[in-house]
Design a protein around this ligand. Structure first.
Ligand SMILES: [Zn+2]
Ligand SMILES: [Zn+2]
Length: 373
């Protein structure tokens, strides 16, 4: 949606005075007040738009920039319109009294934080579903005081500082005059109540840290770095809030024999040059152990044999991928005289005897090096 002109938003003239702008915004804010428009998200959007327009037009410097260069000018001047609309609460508080008009601006008790854990498995373990126990430290509700922080059987007093509300009000000045902001009470930590005798186990905090062990199901086909989420296994939050989640990152230990590409595995196997010429078989390491791989006669260096279904399963189940075996031809370097003659005879029969020059050239002669570039 294109950004509307700020003057249009507030329905004022471009020459409107500060007072007229303020009046226009107050009128709009009243119209869009949530008591009138309960849970109307359109009203909320309109209010944000109006608040942004007011934020700019009520500031002489920004208004001047906007008048000359429009929205782009404000952006290039480093002004982020509506950055952190926490200020809406302040504006409403100033205009109408009371706190958060829409709810949802971080209202409600704080949820528990998430926990990250790491589990490592071997590449061969990706073939099947795995179960692992993972241990981690988590904040949990104290079982001695059940979270109220008081030694069992002792009274709990109302916090004097916040008078049991759990909040203290901080008054500050703003464009509207005084703004009242609610903060969690620093004495009771937002509970509103203080135990007379703090719980022995948690010292009155109502929560303790404990080492927890959880069984994590790891699905076959998991990739390195993927995470398994266990809802509600994270830290306990404030009383009445939901618990955080546990995220278990799965590390798949690299197996130097194989390269993994999703469900496909790639490895190389050495093939004696004679086997490549005549054909035969070699043995290649796979996740299913050593397997015989046919080498067709005339196999070239770098050619690939596909071992169907010897790769890894896809994460959502189904047929295993393939294992690609790359043939690496190995040329013998320690031939005796007989073997070299045999190779030369072979070369002759193939018409490959390219050594047309001085055939007595020493085999130990340094190789010719062609400079590059
Ligand atoms: Zn306790
Ligand atoms: Zn308090």
């Amino acid at each position: 949606m294109a950004k509307r002109d700020y003057y249009q938003v507030l329905d004022v003239d471009r020459s409107a005075s500060d007072g007229e702008i303020k009046k226009a915004f107050r009128r709009l804010a009243r119209e869009l007040h949530p008591d009138v428009n309960a849970h109307d998200s359109e009203a909320e959007e309109k209010f944000k738009e109006a608040a942004e327009a007011y934020e700019v037009l009520s500031d002489p410097g920004r208004r001047q920039t906007y008048d000359r260069f429009g929205h782009d000018g404000l952006r290039s001047g480093g002004f982020e319109p509506g950055a952190g609309f926490g200020s809406i609460q302040d504006i409403f508080g100033a205009l109408f009294g009371g706190g958060d008009p829409f709810g949802g601006f971080g209202g409600g008790p704080a949820a528990g934080s998430d926990i990250a854990a790491v589990v490592e498995i071997g590449l061969d373990e990706v073939l099947e579903d795995q179960m692992r126990e993972v241990s981690f430290e988590a904040v949990t509700v104290c079982d001695r005081c059940r979270g109220n922080g008081a030694e069992p059987g002792t009274p709990i007093e109302t916090c004097e500082r916040c008078e049991g509300t759990g909040q203290i009000r901080e008054v500050s000045r703003s464009i509207f005059g005084q703004v009242v902001r609610a903060m969690p009470c620093d004495v009771c930590g937002g509970d509103g109540r203080i135990p007379e005798t703090p719980c022995e186990r948690c010292g009155g905090a109502g929560r303790v840290s404990e080492v927890r062990t959880w069984e994590v199901d790891i699905p076959a086909g998991i990739e390195d770095g993927q995470r398994v989420r266990i809802a509600g296994a994270g830290h306990a939050g404030a009383p009445g809030s939901r618990q955080g989640d546990l995220y278990v990152e799965i590390r798949v230990a690299p197996d130097e024999r194989f390269t993994r590409q999703g469900t496909e595995l790639i490895s190389s196997v050495e093939v004696p040059v004679t086997t490549a010429i005549t054909g035969g078989e070699v043995f290649a390491a796979t996740l299913d152990g050593e397997l015989s791989v046919d080498v067709p006669a005339g196999t070239q260096h770098g050619e690939v044999a596909v071992l169907s279904g010897r790769g890894l399963p896809p994460l959502r189940g189904g047929r295993r991928g393939d294992h690609h075996v790359v043939f690496e031809l190995v040329v013998p370097t320690d031939l005796d005289d007989d073997q070299r003659e045999a190779a030369e005879r072979l070369a002759e029969t193939l018409g490959h005897n390219h050594q047309t020059g001085d055939s007595s050239a020493s085999p130990t002669e340094s190789p010719r090096i062609t400079p590059r570039g």
